[in-house]
Design a protein around this ligand. Structure first.
Ligand code: SF4
Length: 285
């Protein structure tokens, strides 16, 4: 943690008098990532009123309830569509989506793909714990093949999504991956994602010891954090290592950072062109 940050920073942002205690289980990664997000916002010196935090449904999607920004806790899978509406109405506002892997990649999968395709200037943080935690431990699109879930009691036979490759292929301008274990890295990536003017999608691997861990012989959150440490490799090292050393490992860090026009850039260009056309035809009359 940055030593320059006073302890009371937490009180600046949390609705701790009104909304606590929170619903998260002991050992859940959601609180760690909430801390990373708040430290990122603090470091960027953003005003609370200039930020909108939007979520769908799920354990991680409870996050906006606890923090004192402009917040929307919306319907399952639809956070990105609400966030898009806010961004178009308030283009200068920093709009951050908090979503889980089920919320973002299953029921909200089309919203994710099309926000990336249109490169809408949103920061989308996917808290990826590889399971539907809140609704009872069903298999999600990022549950690893072979993992146990309530809907795959003999082990999942499905291929899992690589959220970062999905986001990049769909067109997002900024794509990164980090984990709950790597808190300093996570904070720095979140800062970059917020400040980058494009669709920024961050896959944050996190632990659900209750719904995922207990079914997969990893109920101890410390073991789950160690798994994140031991099974991910910074992208710079990853790209230099021979294939046998990266087999089964997950690259993390900023994977894609591209300069490409956002939807709002294109919309403003179109508006100017239409205004110009209209002025030209007025002059001709
Ligand atoms: Fe966290 Fe899992 Fe508990 Fe949900 S069920 S609060 S994701 S540990």
């Amino acid at each position: 943690m940055n030593k320059n940050i006073p302890q009371k920073v937490i009180h600046k942002y949390l609705r701790h008098h009104k909304k606590f205690p929170h619903v998260w289980c002991s050992g859940c990664g959601n609180g760690i990532i909430l801390g990373d997000l708040l430290r990122a916002i603090y470091n960027l010196k953003l005003d609370n009123d200039d930020i909108a935090i939007v979520s769908g449904i799920g354990c991680s999607s409870r996050m906006p309830v606890y923090i004192d920004f402009n917040t929307l806790h919306t319907t399952h899978g639809r956070a990105i569509s609400y966030a898009t509406g806010i961004k178009f109405t308030k283009p200068n506002m920093k709009v951050i989506v908090i979503t889980g892997d089920g919320d973002a990649a299953a029921i909200g999968g089309n919203h994710l793909i099309h926000a990336a395709r249109r490169n809408i200037d949103l920061t989308i943080l996917v808290l990826n714990n590889n399971i539907y935690g809140m609704t009872g431990g069903q298999c999600s699109p990022t549950t690893y093949r072979g993992d146990i879930a309530t809907t795959s009691p003999y082990g999942s036979i499905e291929a899992d999504f690589d959220l970062c490759e999905l986001a990049y292929s769909a067109g997002a301008g900024f794509v990164a991956r980090t984990t709950a274990y790597h808190t300093t890295e996570a904070r720095k990536i979140i800062e970059k994602a917020i400040m980058k003017n494009c669709c920024s999608i961050v896959d944050i691997i996190t632990q659900c010891p209750i719904s995922y861990g207990r079914m997969n012989n990893m109920a101890d959150p410390v073991e789950m954090l160690k798994w994140q440490r031991d099974n991910t490799i910074p992208i710079k090292a990853f790209s230099k290592l021979p294939k046998e050393k990266t087999e089964g490992k997950i690259p993390r860090g900023i994977l894609y950072d591209l300069d490409k026009p956002t939807f709002i850039d294109e919309y403003e260009k179109l508006s100017k062109r239409l205004m110009q056309n209209s002025e030209n035809s007025e002059e001709k009359k």
